[in-house]
Design a protein around this ligand. Structure first.
Ligand code: ADP
Ligand code: MG
Ligand code: ZN
Length: 469
């Protein structure tokens, strides 16, 4: 019997505002070649300067992944010739990466992290009607590469790891992880071996950027290699390209080795020294992570595991939950509101969690109104929608549309008495045991009050008065 062995190299583009070795803007989608300077364009004589915001992000992630942070680390040049790389080398870390030897727990299993290193991205080639255009905006955009041990045994584990990693990168504000913008991409190293045997020969599929494609590519490659091995053949060590549309992979080139890149220490950058104080400061700034929040929500607020998971899937949602809970002191009501109405509205309007902006104070006002039976559940939903769509002031909205329920018992009593006087037949039916008559009378009373009354109060009053008839 065979088993699949997978190791991942994940590249993530950092949320730092400027590039790794110059001050150019990193924002996505700008006009081609408008975010370039002599340094990131590789002009002779220009010198790189390390962006400290990149180092801080690398350390933050390293600490969250239980890595050892090197007190002194260096950069190296990886030389290769390709039109998207005007310098003809990439500055990376081969010999002493900043973070070493960590792990991530997924579903009770430990996935080893071999290292995390910092490097720069290359530019982008755009092929169009027989021409190739070069956009150097992405040259020098900071990347972290997170290299795992070959600890995965199937696509489920890989996807679970990537989801957890994505969540962590977002919580730590290391990356925005927009997969459609290529902010998170994975190289999949995969081999097949007899269960428990020695590591087999692997292939590598580069640059996959959707969870679905990653899952499919793994299944396909594992099956391809198993078939080769079962028929007594040998897997060739090579780089393969996954074509997600065809659902097939094909060979791109034989695997390159480190010596193909003529690595050598980057002479234009000093070694980076990280002292204890700096490290301690970064450690203190690490926020509570998603899995820690999940445990706390379940423990402190008695939330179901599924609700706690939904509320922590994105930091923005968790922040909203916590703000609203602080404002309203009604954690269960808040959890229901967010996992119900708010998420429904987000779906309907295609709002991503990272783009959610909603005023917690305004929502808290509505929660307090509905909890104290000042507005009906229906009006509550309606007003939540208004706050979500138009940032409407909830009190003004409720007043303007007459949604405040009449809590004044006199008005309710008056209405109940009038209804009974007007409908002697129904009163008789009720006395003869016809339950339907009660519903009818109730409906009439609510109508008289314009729907603006607490049905429970009116119902109780009606029952009381009918009992006396
Ligand atoms: P390279 O120098 O080609 O990048 P590395 O040794 O750095 O190779 O490993 C890259 C990734 O491949 C790591 O995530 C590692 O866990 C994984 N890997 C290495 N050997 C195997 C193997 N035989 N099967 C599956 N994955 C492997
Ligand atoms: Mg590699
Ligand atoms: Zn630049």
């Amino acid at each position: 019997m065979w088993e699949t062995v997978i190791g991942l190299e994940v590249h993530t583009e950092l949320s730092a505002k400027s590039k790794i070795f110059c001050g150019c803007d990193t924002s996505f989608g700008a006009k081609p070649n408008t975010q370039v300077c002599p340094v990131c364009a590789g002009m002779p004589g220009s010198l790189p300067k390390l962006n400290i915001a990149v180092v801080e992000r690398a350390i933050r992630l390293g600490l969250a992944l239980n890595c050892e942070i090197r007190r002194s680390c260096k950069f190296d040049r990886k030389n290769y010739f390709y039109p998207d790389l005007p310098k003809a080398y990439q500055i990376s870390q081969l010999y002493s990466p900043i973070c070493m030897g960590g792990y991530m727990e997924i579903g009770g299993k430990r996935i080893g992290i071999r290292e995390i290193h910092m490097e720069e991205d290359a530019g982008k080639l755009i092929h169009d009607s027989g021409f190739t255009y070069m956009d150097f905006n992405r040259c020098g955009v900071p990347l972290l590469e997170i290299v795992s041990q070959p600890d995965f045994r199937g696509s489920d584990e890989v996807i679970a790891y990537l989801e957890a990693l994505r969540e962590m990168l977002l919580y730590l504000d290391v990356s925005d992880c927009k997969m459609q913008e290529g902010s998170l991409r994975a190289d999949i190293n995969l081999s097949v071996r007899p269960i428990g045997g020695d590591l087999g020969v692997r292939t590598e599929m580069k640059n996959l950027s959707s969870f679905r494609a990653i899952g499919r590519a793994i299944e396909h490659e594992a099956a391809r290699q198993t078939k080769i091995l079962e028929s007594g053949g040998k897997v060739i060590q090579e780089t393969r390209r996954w074509d997600d549309i065809k659902g097939e992979s094909y060979s791109m080139r034989s695997k390159e080795n480190a010596h193909d890149y003529r690595y050598f220490p980057e002479p234009d950058l000093l070694p980076l020294e990280i002292d204890e104080q700096w490290l301690a400061r970064i450690r203190r700034g690490i926020p509570e992570l998603a899995h820690q929040k999940r445990d706390r929500y379940a423990r402190d607020f008695g939330l179901a595991v599924s609700a706690a998971a939904a509320l922590t899937a994105h930091r923005n949602i968790a922040d909203l939950f916590e703000d609203l809970t602080r404002e309203s002191a009604q954690p269960l009501e808040v959890a229901n509101l967010i996992t119900g109405e708010i998420m429904r509205l987000m779906n309907r309007t295609n709002t991503l969690s990272e783009d959610l902006r909603i005023d917690a104070k305004k929502l808290a006002t509505l929660i307090s109104l509905v909890i104290n039976a000042k507005i009906s559940r229906n009006s509550y939903k309606q007003a939540v929608g208004e706050v979500f769509m138009r940032d409407t002031d909830p009190r003004e909205y409720i007043t303007k549309h007459g949604l405040m329920m009449i809590s004044d018992d006199n008005a309710a009593a008056e209405a109940v008495n009038a209804v009974l006087a007007e409908n002697p037949e129904a009163v008789k039916d009720y006395k003869c045991g016809k339950d339907k008559a009660f519903g009818f009378l109730m409906g009439q009373a609510m109508k008289k009050l314009g729907g603006a009354a607490d049905p429970k109060t009116v119902g109780n009053m009606l029952r009381e008065v009918l009992g006396d008839c």
